[in-house]
Design a protein around this ligand. Structure first.
Ligand code: MLT
Length: 331
């Protein structure tokens, strides 16, 4: 028994000596999320953490603070810009108040499929938003979460057509284009920060809200909502950003490591979202939330595009800019 213990100890020491020398973490990054850790924001951040910690051989460690622990998403963007936070995953609609041109991505019915969302975040367009966010918001995009379309949930009544929206109060992010969209569709949007949303739905301060199935499920909205309506007005993209000042302070080699970890996390997130979105939808149904399609969505898109887009051309950089994006999307 004693011999066995000494032998085990020796084997342990030999194994420890054979491990690659890993520098103790030089920097521990603090990354905030608006959503819970099991959300698609969490999937993006966790994969980024895994890849960066591995490829840097322990030079960087990533600590993730989910569910708005570090404040609401707009605050986390500001904190990342000024450097009091290293980075965050936030919904694109919560970054547009700091970067008007990226507001194009929240124009209703601009993106109409996963394919559009991928085109909008890679290649020429991906570079365009990265440059705009550096210049306008002071943050550097490393990767995107593809969160699928924001569907409408509410506790008041089934919503299947435009007429059903009348009198419905809907919590919306503090995003002028989304507020304008719900107004144009005939609902009553009420801007509110994300961390206040669950309580507002619970206390019936508002009837409903819109977010993708995965977000709705991981936020446990089934506890406070009775109906889900499958709308497609806005494909939710959620960038992982770090402060540009911080990114610039890294060596070229480390920047490449961060960039690679972001790209791998983005690809992984896409796969997750495509497969898990339907599961989250079914989970909501199993929890008792009635699910329905929209009967007249061609009218929703016509109304939204005709009434909302012209009001925001100027603020997002002009109609020509929007036309360029449409062209890049192949439309
Ligand atoms: C919002 O509605 O403010 C965001 O989409 C919430 C989120 O981060 O999922």
């Amino acid at each position: 028994m004693k011999r066995f213990t000494i032998f085990s100890l020796m084997m342990f020491l030999v194994a420890a000596l054979m491990l690659p020398v890993s520098a103790s973490a030089e920097k521990t990054l603090k990354i905030g999320l608006g959503d819970p850790i099991d959300s698609d924001q969490g999937v993006l951040a966790l994969r980024f953490k895994e890849i960066l910690e591995k490829t840097s051989g322990g030079k960087y460690k990533v600590d993730i603070f989910p569910a708005g622990q570090l404040g609401d998403e707009q605050k986390m963007v500001k904190d990342s810009r000024r450097g009091s936070l290293d980075g965050a995953v936030v919904a694109v609609n919560n970054i547009t108040p700091f970067s008007k041109s990226v507001g194009i991505l929240t124009l209703p019915y601009l993106m109409q499929s996963f394919d559009d969302a991928v085109k909008a975040t890679t290649g020429e367009l991906g570079d365009k938003w990265r440059a705009a966010l550096i210049k306008e918001a002071g943050v550097h995009v490393l990767g995107w979460a593809y969160s699928n379309f924001r569907v409408l949930t509410n506790s008041k009544k089934p919503v299947k057509n435009l007429a059903d929206l009348k009198g419905l109060t809907i919590r919306v992010p503090k995003n002028a284009i989304m507020i304008g969209t719900w107004q144009a569709l005939g609902a009553e949007p009420i801007p509110m920060a994300w961390p206040e949303t669950f309580t507002a739905l619970q206390q019936k301060v508002v009837d409903g809200q819109d977010n993708p199935h995965i977000t709705n499920y991981t936020m446990k909205f089934y506890e406070v909502q009775d109906y889900t309506s499958e709308v497609h007005y806005l494909f939710s993209l959620q960038p992982l950003v770090v402060g540009e000042k911080f990114f610039n302070s890294l060596s070229a080699e480390d920047q490449a490591m961060f960039t690679r970890a972001g790209i791998e996390a983005q690809q992984y997130n896409l796969l997750f979202s495509v497969t898990q979105s339907e599961t989250a939808k079914q989970n909501m149904i199993e929890k008792g939330v009635e699910y329905m399609e929209i009967e007249d969505e061609d009218q929703w898109s016509k109304l939204a595009m005709e009434k909302v887009w012209p009001d925001f051309y100027e603020s997002v950089g002009g109609k020509a800019e929007v036309d360029n994006v449409l062209k890049a999307l192949g439309r």
